[in-house]
Unconditional design. Structure first.
Length: 138
């Protein structure tokens, strides 16, 4: 059995709720796409025109830990040379000041499963008579 399946879901939901609440308090609007795979976070970030995405995930962490996958705008991954070092420096610099937004952000439930499934089904891998090997998507 996959050890990730044994992690209490309530931990992830608590972490997610805290993140969403703090983001909304800072004036950031959030979209909740629900329980999903990492690939759907990338898809939703691009499809919904989000400035980025965060997913609470077990990933490859030890049993007692969860992690976060970070996605930039247009489904670009966050890595050491595309923002992760900046985040690390910000956290290491000490406590952050409390934001003072003009208004509180909102949290909206958004369903992307049907659009995601349609996109996946529109892709085919292999060779066709008119194209080179690779992936073609409609």
């Amino acid at each position: 059995m996959d050890s990730y399946l044994l992690r209490p879901a309530v931990v992830s939901l608590k972490e997610k709720g805290l993140f969403v609440r703090r983001a909304n308090d800072a004036g950031v609007d959030t979209l909740d796409i629900g329980l999903c795979g990492t690939e759907m976070v990338y898809f939703a970030a691009a499809r919904c025109g989000m400035g980025g995405g965060i997913m609470v995930t077990a990933s490859h962490n030890p049993m007692d830990y969860n992690g976060m996958k970070l996605v930039r705008e247009e489904a670009r991954p966050v890595s050491s040379n595309t923002g992760l070092r900046d985040i690390e420096a910000l956290v290491a610099s000490g406590p952050l000041s409390e934001p003072s937004p003009q208004k509180r952000g909102t949290d909206t439930q958004v369903g992307v499963m049907e659009d995601y499934a349609a996109k996946v089904l529109s892709c085919r891998v292999g060779r066709s008579q008119t194209s080179a090997p690779g992936r073609q998507c409609r």
